[in-house]
Design a protein around this ligand. Structure first.
Ligand code: FDM
Ligand code: MG
Length: 216
C-alpha cells in the first residue's frame, strides 16, 4: 500500500545486449518487494501487443521494415503503455523497466538516423526518476556467451550504440533534467546488484515530486 499516497518510482535499466539488464531488473523487483516496496517489472519492446508483435517479427528478421518506420513503432510501443505507467506509479507501485526511450535513440541513431529526429517521437513520455546504464565493453559482452541471432546483436552495431549511449549520458548529466547513473556491468552479478541497490535506496529515501516528461 502506498504510504501517504506517495507515488511509485520509475526506474529504467539501460545497456547493451549481454550487460545483464534483464537479470538485474528482475532481481531489483524482487529486492524492492522484499523491502516492502510494491514493484512491477516492465520491458521494452513489449512484444505482446499488436505493435510489439510487428517489432518482434522485425527483430527476428521475419520482416523488413524501413528504419524510420520501425523507429516509430518502437516509440508507439512505449506510448501505448504510457498511461499504464502513469496509473501504476500513481497507485503507489514502482516500476523497473528493462530498456526505454534511450535504447530507442541509441539503436536507431547508430543506423545513421539523425539524433534529434530519433528523439522527437518520445518527447513528453513519462520520464524515469532514475536511469541505470549498465556499461560493458563489447569485448566483455561477447565473452559472456556471444550474441544471439537477433538483428542488432552484432559487435559493430553494439560498439556504435555504446558511443551514442555515452553521448546521451553526458547530455543527461549536463542538463540534470533526470538522474542518469552509469554502473560498471563488467563486475560480477553480486557487485552490480549492490551498486544498483545503493542508487535505488537513495532514490527511495528522496521525495519524487510529480512525474517529469521526457526531453521537455
Ligand atoms: N531496441 C529496443 C530498439 O532498437 N529500439 C527501442 O526503442 C528499444 C526499446 O531492440 F537490440 C532494440 C534493442 C535490442 C532489441 O531488445 C531487442 P531486447 O531487450 O533484447 O528484447
Ligand atoms: Mg536482446
Amino acid at each position: 500500500m502506498p504510504s501517504e499516497g506517495r507515488r511509485g518510482a520509475f526506474i529504467v535499466i539501460e545497456g547493451l545486449d549481454r550487460s545483464g539488464k534483464s537479470t538485474q531488473a528482475a532481481a531489483l523487483v524482487s529486492r524492492l518487494e522484499e523491502t516492502g516496496v510494491s514493484a512491477k517489472l516492465m520491458k521494452f519492446p513489449d512484444r505482446t501487443t499488436p505493435i510489439g508483435r510487428m517489432i518482434d517479427a522485425y527483430l527476428r528478421s521475419e520482416s523488413d521494415i524501413d528504419d524510420h518506420a520501425i523507429h516509430l513503432l518502437f516509440s508507439a510501443n512505449r506510448w501505448e503503455l504510457a498511461s499504464n505507467i502513469e496509473r501504476t506509479l500513481a497507485s503507489g507501485t514502482s516500476i523497473v523497466c528493462d530498456r526505454y526511450a534511450f535504447s530507442g535513440v541509441a539503436f536507431s541513431a547508430s543506423k545513421g538516423l539523425p539524433f534529434e529526429w530519433c528523439r522527437s517521437p518520445d518527447v513528453s513520455l513519462p520520464a524515469p526518476d532514475l536511469t541505470l546504464f549498465l556499461d560493458i565493453s563489447p569485448e566483455k559482452a561477447k565473452e559472456r556467451g556471444g550474441y544471439g541471432e537477433e538483428r542488432y546483436e552484432k559487435e559493430e552495431m553494439q560498439r556504435r550504440v555504446r558511443e551514442i549511449f555515452a553521448a546521451i549520458a553526458t547530455e543527461a548529466n549536463e542538463k540534470e533534467s533526470w538522474k542518469w547513473t552509469t554502473v560498471d556491468a563488467g563486475m560480477d552479478l553480486e557487485s552490480v546488484s549492490k551498486s544498483i541497490w545503493r542508487e535505488v535506496e537513495s532514490l527511495l529515501s528522496a521525495d519524487h515530486g510529480p512525474i517529469q516528461r521526457l526531453w521537455t
